[in-house]
Design a protein around this ligand. Structure first.
Ligand SMILES: C[S@@+](CC[C@H](N)C(=O)[O-])C[C@H]1O[C@@H](n2cnc3c(N)ncnc32)[C@H](O)[C@@H]1O
Length: 214
């Protein structure tokens, strides 16, 4: 494991950690050379949670290279286990805060970036803990290619709006603005753990995909 210099307030280990601990030996430190040897296209997922979504997508789309990170150890180690069990060559995950990885990433590196159900920190006094903030969006934008996409999902309407405004301010455009593209439906369902939790609680779910056209 690598100690993060960046502050994070969420959970760092869960019940499955003891079972998955053995996969820690496959964790790699981020480095410029490491990122240079990953082929294209490349998709970054910030906050992979239980690690299942990124693993199943890597299995489904073997032509895409997936790079994921999370501070929560269990999901990262589960993704490593999935990758080993299925001999996936297109999946790499870091047990790190996204802020600790970005300095090693070349400019215009990613074809897409996904942020699914980031911790909402709904209380006003905690909002500055939100990962998807102005500072992160600025750095992410420099790492995203022209015509690259950012795909975002949340069950918090104010996070949805804040994120949209942040990206609009950075000059992103949205191809499809019909409610079908941003309200939950079977077509845009992601099938992540936190999407399921939100559906169980009858929350409204919001999705969007924006393109960087510069
Ligand atoms: C609410 S969970 C959602 C997980 C998953 N995307 C899903 O939809 O089920 C948010 C995840 O983001 C992770 N996270 C929060 N801030 C992060 C950061 N700065 N860098 C990496 N991961 C982060 C948390 O540890 C947590 O696992």
């Amino acid at each position: 494991m690598f100690e993060s210099k960046n502050k994070y307030f969420g959970r760092k280990k869960g019940k499955s950690f003891a079972r998955l601990e053995q996969f820690q030996k496959y964790l790699v430190p981020p480095s410029k050379d490491f990122f240079k040897q990953i082929g294209k296209p490349r998709v970054l997922e910030i906050g992979i949670g239980d690690g299942e979504k990124i693993s199943s997508d890597a299995k489904l789309y073997s032509n895409i290279n997936y790079i994921g990170c999370d501070i929560f150890a269990d999901g990262v180690l589960r993704a490593i286990r999935n990758s080993k069990e299925n001999s996936l060559k297109n999946l790499v995950v870091f047990h790190l805060n996204i802020q600790d990885i970005l300095p090693f990433i070349p400019a215009k590196y990613f074809d897409g970036i996904r942020v699914f159900f980031p911790d909402p920190w709904p209380k006003t006094k905690h909002k500055r803990r939100r990962t998807f903030n102005n500072e992160l969006v600025q750095t992410l934008s420099s790492k995203l290619k022209k015509n690259g996409y950012i795909h975002f999902a949340t069950d918090h309407d104010d996070y949805f709006l804040d994120a949209l405004v942040l990206l609009q301010d950075q000059g992103y455009r949205m191809d499809n603005i019909s409610p079908n593209s941003w309200k939950y439906n079977e077509f845009n369902a992601l099938d992540t753990k936190f999407e399921k939790k939100a559906l169980d609680k009858n929350h409204k779910l919001f999705y969007f995909s924006v393109l960087k056209n510069y």
